[in-house]
Ligand binder design. Structure first.
Ligand code: ADP
Ligand code: ZN
Length: 742
């Protein structure tokens, strides 16, 4: 009899240690590195991943693995290496990291194939009443039906019946009434419709000379150096990616295209499908577990060769990976918000290096990190300085809200005659308008005019937002909801004042101001159901909507040639957040939304309303110039100013607890630990800031304190996060390269 064999198994648990199990002879052919195994864990069973075989037996008797479900290891050796890199770079436990690399159902002991699909009843609007006049006519004597219509509309036009009745308290009879009126329809679906299944847009037939030159230059450049494509909005970056990928795919290789949020970038997805057809797997959050596994398997088998998806698609099991494209690389949604807190752009760089693939980062507003990589030679810059067809970038008028003339009927709403003229001009010419206001809800707070008290969330240290559809005060962090009070809780005063403009109020005002205009609103509240984004953008594309208003969701890569006017209603909503990237985010948001205007023959214009017309973020956005922004911003993040990325690296430790003292004490311990390490082995390479309360001092009932550690050398921060991981302490999250300090 041969001696027993042992394997090292990573389990998806928040622990640092690895586990050793005995591998019975009948499993040993399958239990190879990267393969899943089912193992006993206490009195339960768990799915784990083999990270090493033929390791030394442990000191205590090892238990035996029970099963090995993979014919072929779930993770390739390259992906196991990538998992180790992520675990070490971010200081995340290896088991939790590897869990993120595979679809969720792979970790289920009970049902490794995922749950069966359920059936449900869906109510959909089939006829729209986008203007106020039509609406008043249709619901003259039916206010409850109107409320139901508007609730459904606020959900993007379709919602499960159960959601409408149980959650929103609508009556089934009223919904039937809507159907009877021919406005809505109830259907039973077995599988959620996949809106990407049929979409495909053929690529433009020929590249422009600038695009063709760029593809040649990219192919001629050394594959090992990441390429940054800085192309102005509308410069035709997508076709460049696709041509490059087409050549790689023709040569038998595979590719990954990352997009910030798949629901918001249907056009990019359709274009990729337009070139690669059914060889594309679209990985999106609307997939059922079964569909997700199918997509994964078709890639792993090589039936599909291109994966498109949001950040987690960076782990797609594409064979012989030739390139990873990160579109809109500056987008914060590439950062994962839970352990492992990876940034997909940086993981893409690591994966490209491990697998010998090209990395292409594209943006009209590259992040300062990426520009810094170009400066230091870690990446190479390629530019598309002009729009396709030599169309001009739209002129941007910066309107000073402190002094500009306002439309009197707008009252408290910041609506200047300059913006009003631009919007009514476009609507009059039957062109389309985009309005950005990066704050959802009706009003941003409720205040007592007598005592000044602002109604706050009982669980989070922030003001509750006033919502009208449906009516409630709502917390934008924890979703806590309560009725809008009639009187002040503090002093009993009878009337309450609403302050701060949100998208619902803007929509209401625009409806009154332009009653014939067909309006759609896109924010988190109108897109809570699965395909709502798709539906809204689809109607806008078809010209069924004249004016699209919304939060940052409407600023991402959309390409609608009939949009001639873009208005930024309040450019300052994010400008003063206590985060070193506040200016950068404002610049990117304003420049990106401005870039939605003037993509067709009719040209376009942009109106930006602000109280800070001289702020460098606003000025650079108005000039469509990331260079101007970087030139002004970098000195503010470099000595003698306190240094911030990209010239230094940053790790944020957040301590949180239900009791305020405990959170502070935990943070104190982290800071003490960091300072001792700095005085010792790190020899002063670290700068430690804090502890201090986080700007969002309380979230979901937990008090939050943070400590920041900065270092010029990445190596130092790697040592810090790994040493912290080794302490095994809990109650503290470690976020390397954080995208938010709030
Ligand atoms: P970007 O992503 O750089 O903002 P897009 O890739 O969306 O730009 O391209 C902008 C517009 O130009 C799109 O409508 C696209 O179809 C069009 N376009 C791109 N390349 C060409 C080309 N070679 N010929 C004609 N139209 C093109
Ligand atoms: Zn809350």
């Amino acid at each position: 009899m041969s001696p027993p064999r042992y394997a090292e198994i990573a389990l998806p648990l928040p622990v640092t240690r690895s586990y050793t199990y005995e591998i019975p002879a009948e499993l040993s052919a399958r239990a190879v590195p990267g393969a899943r195994v089912v193992v006993p864990l206490g009195r339960r069973r768990a799915v784990g991943l083999v990270t090493a075989v033929d390791v030394a037996p442990p000191d205590v008797p090892a238990r035996a693995a029970l099963a090995a479900p993979d014919d072929q290891p779930a993770l390739t050796p390259a992906l196991v290496d990538l998992g180790r890199w992520i675990s070490d770079y971010y200081g995340a436990p290896l088991g939790l990291t590897l869990r993120a690399l595979l679809p969720g159902p792979f970790w289920s002991v009970a049902k490794p194939a995922g749950p069966a699909e359920g059936r449900e009843r869906i109510v959909s609007l089939v006829r729209r009443l986008p203007s106020l006049t039509e609406r008043e006519e249709a619901f003259r004597r039916a206010p409850r039906r109107r409320a139901a219509y508007e609730a459904l509309e606020a959900l993007g036009g379709t919602a499960p019946l159960r959601h409408l009745v149980d959650r929103l308290g609508l009556s089934a009879a009223v919904l039937d009434g809507l159907a009877g009126q021919g406005l809505a329809e109830v259907s039973v679906v077995a599988h959620p419709r996949d809106p990407f299944a049929g979409t495909s847009v053929p690529p433009p037939p020929v590249m422009t000379p600038a695009q063709a030159d760029l593809v040649q230059a990219l192919l001629a450049a050394p594959a090992a150096t990441p390429a940054v494509i800085h192309g102005v909005t509308g410069s035709g970056k997508t076709l460049v990616y696709l041509e490059l990928l087409r050549r790689l795919v023709d040569a038998g290789r595979g590719a990954i295209v990352l997009v910030p949020e798949i629901a918001l970038t249907p056009q990019t997805v359709a274009r990729v499908r337009g070139v690669f057809g059914d060889r594309v797997a679209v990985l999106h959050s609307g997939l059922s577990d079964g569909e997700r596994l199918d997509a994964w398997r078709t890639l792993r088998r090589g039936d599909r060769v291109v994966a498109v998806g949001p950040r987690s698609a960076v782990f797609a099991p594409v064979n012989d990976l030739g390139a990873i494209v990160v579109d809109e690389e500056h987008e914060p949604s590439y950062k994962q918000g839970s352990t492992p807190r990876y940034h997909a752009r940086d993981v893409a760089r690591a994966r490209a290096r491990i697998e010998g693939a090209r990395l292409i980062l594209g943006s009209a507003t590259p992040s300062l990190e990426t520009l810094h990589a170009v400066e230091t030679g870690a990446a190479r810059l390629f530019e598309l300085p002009e729009r396709v067809g030599a169309r001009p970038l739209p002129p941007v008028a910066v309107v000073d809200l402190r002094s500009a003339e306002r439309v009197p009927e707008a009252r408290a709403i910041p609506w200047t005659t300059a913006l009003d003229d631009a919007v009514s001009g476009a609507l009059g010419r039957r062109e389309q308008v985009i309005l950005l206001l990066n704050r959802r809800g009706f009003a941003t707070y409720l205040q007592c005019p007598q005592c000044g008290a602002v109604t706050e969330c009982p669980h989070c240290a922030i003001a509750l937002t006033v919502h009208r559809t449906p009516r409630a005060l709502r917390c934008h962090y924890c979703n806590h909801e309560r009725p809008i009070p009639e009187t002040c809780a503090a002093c009993g005063h009878a009337t309450q004042r609403q302050g701060g403009l949100g998208t619902q109020q803007l929509e209401h005002f625009i409806g009154l101001r332009f009653p014939a205009a067909r309006i759609a609103r896109m924010d988190l509240d109108t897109t809570s159901t699965k395909w709502a984004h798709h539906e809204i953008l689809g109607r806008f594309a078809k010209g069924e909507v004249d004016l699209l208003l919304g939060t940052q969701m409407i600023a991402k890569g959309l390409d609608f040639p009939n949009v001639t006017v873009v208005g930024v209603v309040d450019a300052d909503t994010g400008l003063h957040l206590p985060d070193f990237r506040a200016a950068e985010r404002t610049f990117q948001l304003v420049a990106q939304v401005a870039g939605r205007a003037g993509r067709g023959e009719r040209g376009g214009q942009v109106v930006v309303q602000t109280r800070h017309p001289d702020h460098h973020a606003i000025r650079a956005a108005a000039a469509h110039s990331v260079r101007a922004f970087a030139t002004a911003e970098l000195p503010l993040r470099t000595a003698p100013q306190p240094a911030y990325p990209p010239t230094v690296g940053l790790v944020r430790f957040v301590a949180s607890a239900r009791e305020a003292d405990r959170a502070a004490a935990l943070a104190d311990r982290v800071a003490g630990w960091l300072r001792r390490a700095n005085a010792g082995t790190l020899a002063g390479a670290l700068t430690v800031l804090g502890p201090a309360p986080c700007p969002l001092a309380r979230l979901e009932g937990r008090w939050r304190w943070h400590v920041l550690a900065k270092a010029a050398e990445a190596r130092v921060l790697g040592r810090v996060v790994r040493a912290w991981r080794a302490t095994g302490r809990s109650g503290v999250t470690v976020d390397r390269d954080p995208v938010s300090l709030l």
